[in-house]
Design a protein around this ligand. Structure first.
Ligand SMILES: [Zn+2]
Length: 178
């Protein structure tokens, strides 16, 4: 049976909002509510809760709408630090990739659809890990376990996704192209 983890009212909620400014994005001139730190990398906020870091925008979704489960929490405003509930929407991995491709953040031409993770998602997870993002943050972002994230990063899944590239592993488990 799956245990549903709820966010505690009161302290956790207060602690979350202490990291948020509602002044709007100066960069984008939008009415975003931006996370002020700490950050997980690539502008995404990181919120420490239940002994682990979670993506701040996912936490915001959970606070307002409940657990997003396996779905991705995406930004309508395309502003990674934004946690404003009405700027967020749920999507699948494919939606996430399409959204990124549309916004010019990822290479186009995704073919795989049959399995849980698209090649694109795997590459994205590996790319983020290689950029130094903690596995726990990536795991929280994709709604998967830290162990699963580590296995994806180490290349246990979908070797074909990286056939054209050689990966070297550094001591701390990060990958570098070589
Ligand atoms: Zn926003």
């Amino acid at each position: 049976m799956k245990k549903i983890r709820r966010i505690k009212k009161g302290t956790e909620t207060e602690r979350f909002w202490a990291h948020v400014t509602k002044e709007g994005s100066k960069l984008l001139s939008t009415q975003c509510w931006e996370w002020t730190g700490p950050f997980a990398g690539r502008g995404y906020g990181a919120f420490f809760m239940n002994k682990t870091y979670r993506a701040a925008h996912r936490t915001s979704w959970q606070l307002h709408n409940g657990d997003p489960g396996k779905l991705c929490v995406l930004h309508r405003c395309d502003n990674p630090p934004c946690i404003r509930p009405d700027h967020l929407f749920l999507g699948t991995f494919d939606d996430n990739n399409k959204d990124k491709a549309k916004k010019g953040r990822a290479p186009k031409g995704e073919g795989h659809k049959s399995t849980k993770f698209s090649d694109q998602a795997i590459l994205e997870i590996r790319r983020r890990a290689a950029a130094g993002e903690p596995h726990r943050v990536i795991a929280a972002d994709y709604g998967i376990s830290q162990g699963y994230t580590s296995r994806v990063v180490r290349g246990h899944y979908r070797q074909s996704a990286l056939r054209t590239r050689t990966f070297l592993r550094s001591d701390d488990g990060r990958e570098e192209t070589g």
